[in-house]
Design a protein around this ligand. Sequence first.
Ligand SMILES: [Zn+2]
Length: 105
Amino acid sequence: MAEFVGRPFFSCRNCRNPVAMADDILSKKFHAKSGPAYLFRNAMNVVFGQAQDRELMTGVFAVAEMYCGNCHEEMGWKYVRAYDPKQKYKEGRFIIDLAKIMKEY
Ligand SMILES: [Zn+2]
């Protein structure tokens, strides 16, 4: 994967499938179910469950569970829709649980 040369990325801790680029981190101050998580602009090689409304710390969102596209380990979720206008910047963004990924170079 030549496009990764020199660019740190995160891979699935379970199967080493690359799921996000370090360049795409928008915030490190998020929380997933089991602990700290990052907000990413993009994710790759992942698959999604059906979007469902969920009440999170910052309000109600439609979110889709996100799984590794290779081993189907749960990775986090995608914000599909924010009902609060102040939270709209999260739409189309991805939360990835740090416990599920590892940084690679
Ligand atoms: Zn995996």
